[in-house]
Design a protein around this ligand. Sequence first.
Ligand code: NG1
Ligand code: MG
Length: 512
Amino acid sequence: MNDPVPIIRDIDDLYPRDALQYQKRRFERLRHRFAELYGGKTPRFIARSPGRVNLIGEHIDYSLYEVLPMAIAADVLIAVSPLSKPADSEDDVKVYVANLNPQKFKAEEFTVPKKGNIEIDSSTLQWTNYFKAGWQGAIELLEKEDPELSPCGMEVLVDGTVPAGGGLSSSAAFVCASALATLRANGLEWVPKKELVELAIVSERSVGVNSGGMDQAASVFSIRGDATSISFYPELYAEALPFPKTGPPITFMIAQSFVAADKHVAAPENYNLRVVECTLAAEVLAADLGLKLKNDHGPLGTSLRGFQNAYNDSDKGNPKDDPEKQIQTMLSLTEKHLSEQGYTREDIASSLSMSVPNLEKKFMTKFPVRAERFYLRQRAQHVFTEALRVQEFKNLLKSPPADARTTLLPRLGAILNESHASSRDVYVHSCSEIDQMCEIAAEAGSYGGRVTGAGWGGCSVHLVPKEKVDAIKAAWEEKYYRKREPDITDEKLAEAVIVSEPGHGAMVIDIS
Ligand code: NG1
Ligand code: MG
């Protein structure tokens, strides 16, 4: 947990064996292009952080309930050469950020501010915003140790293989890798994982999404071969959760819908709105029961988990109940106290005994939202049932029933299906394309599947019998990809579906 990010010298153990040649060529290309761009230089090191797929526990990280993602092999690489200080201290210190794909991601340079922060314009979706967010977070961390720090310039070349807007957290991979690159370039050799994650969570919010912390934690803490169980309460904690070593292999397929989830433009009516709805559900429940919520570090200060704690601390609760029983109690309270019809701003303000402008100021200003009605009951129902599903999924992996093929795998699959139904109907963050992909996979023999990541597009994840992988791929190709895009290229098809082993978390590759 408190280990530093590993530093390695070669990548032989980093990627699955069948992908190693491809990865080696990729590293070569990065070094070659770096030399072309930056006057023949060799990068001093490469900072790397992977994408992730969330197996179960969707949209509950920001309510501070446990989630179960794993890192994937797709990642962001950042080749770095730190620059020495300019001879004249009045001269500007610059950071150059280029991408291996310059058509899509235009290079940019920025000047290190003499005082204060770099400007990040979160109203425009520029790829370099994510680098700047990681850079800024890293510098703030270093300034805690050395308030006089003057950051070095950097030459940087980025290569990412995590599909953007695809629910696999390209953004967190990029922010984590950028922060890691900046910390090391500025002299911090051993970067503590936990501090990197905590700064990356806060940094990513500066890009305009009020995110939980799952992606950054999965990107940094994961260990190759294992899922990563992440909890947020009472503080951030990650633990490797190995898959059962006996019985048939546990195989996950990840499929892109190619519906781009434009979380930035649409955040006020999707992602950020859900964060606000969950916080307001906690606030209204607490007010109704006469409880006071403490600031528990949810993205808006208070959270549903905070409501559970306040209830436990009151004379009504029973903190000695096991965790599942406590969450069951939350579910009953939700059903008893929150209305099915949804709430207007006026309804919520009156429940919380405040004015509508004060409600908006407190909960909807930093991250604005657009909505007429707020479905507090439905959102809380999803959060609590999903938290129970995570516990059941984890318990099954920790003590698997004897007959995996007839008991364990079908039950894990059923939990994924139950999660999807809740995402689709109760939390409403799936889309018809992903619903369809889940149906096609089920018909072709998967145990179960669900929308993964933020949703409204992006990816789905499916638990499948290993021998059905090809049949499921073929079914998607025929019934989804070719129908949607008759001229789809072989290359795009090949990238649409990944059968990923759990990958390794963030690393530094030292090549000096
Ligand atoms: P995506 O959009 O898949 O990176 C987002 C959030 C997570 C979590 C999931 C939903 C960010 C950076 N990440 O993931 O924290 O809330 O949605 O479970 O916003
Ligand atoms: Mg993201």
